[in-house]
Design a protein around this ligand. Structure first.
Ligand code: ZN
Length: 202
């Protein structure tokens, strides 16, 4: 298998295709005393549709997402894609967390089409997640796909489970990072990435 074809293999998980709208309706019965009112009548179906979309990353095939947009290059300077918006769902509360992801890597013979990086982010954001794992998964995927000299991913997010429930509001903004290869071993590389994304090198 050529290096270009050596794209990360992800288990494509297919959830049960039967409707779970009746279960959403049961949840509504626990929450309100008039689950039959007009405004709630079609809510179970809408919630099901929304949840299926918000977890559609489980059913995406990374190879198709990237669609062979891996290119051979001589370029070996840092590639950086900043401010990639994402929306995800915290797996502890099924509430949204959202923010920005910054991705950088040092090519070692191959690059990924720039427009594919936000799509890789979506594959992992549209799952039940914790921010730390999502950050690692994005970095590991790029490492596996193009075997660069290093990968750095920074994720800045705000969590509804903290903001809405009135707990730990001061920590509602969280920053996570994954530094692989030269982003881990070379301080100057890491510092360049941090500076380019508005973070002070630590
Ligand atoms: Zn949560």
């Amino acid at each position: 298998m050529s290096k270009l074809k050596r794209v990360v293999k992800m288990p494509v998980q297919f959830a049960k295709e039967t409707s779970f709208a009746p279960e959403i309706r049961k949840i509504l019965e626990h929450l309100v005393n008039d689950p039959d009112r007009e405004g709630l009548a079609r809510t179970p179906e809408r919630v099901e549709k929304a949840l299926r979309f918000l977890t559609s990353g489980y059913r995406m095939d990374l190879r198709r997402v990237v669609n062979d947009a891996l290119f051979r290059v001589k370029y070996d300077e840092m590639v950086i894609v900043k401010d990639i918006e994402f929306f995800s769902m915290c797996e502890h509360h099924l509430l949204p967390f959202f923010g920005k992801v910054h991705v950088a890597y040092l090519p070692k013979g191959h690059v990924i089409g720039l427009s594919k990086i936000p799509r890789i982010v979506d594959v992992f954001a549209r799952r039940l997640q914790i921010q730390e794992r999502m950050t690692q998964e994005i970095a590991q995927t790029i490492k596996t796909m193009i075997d660069p000299a290093g990968v750095g991913v920074i994720c800045e997010a705000r969590h509804f489970c903290m903001m809405m429930r009135g707990v730990e509001k001061q920590h509602s903004g969280a920053v996570t990072s994954a530094m692989l290869g030269e982003f881990r071993s070379r301080k100057s590389t890491r510092d360049e990435f941090l500076a380019l994304t508005g973070h002070s090198p630590g």
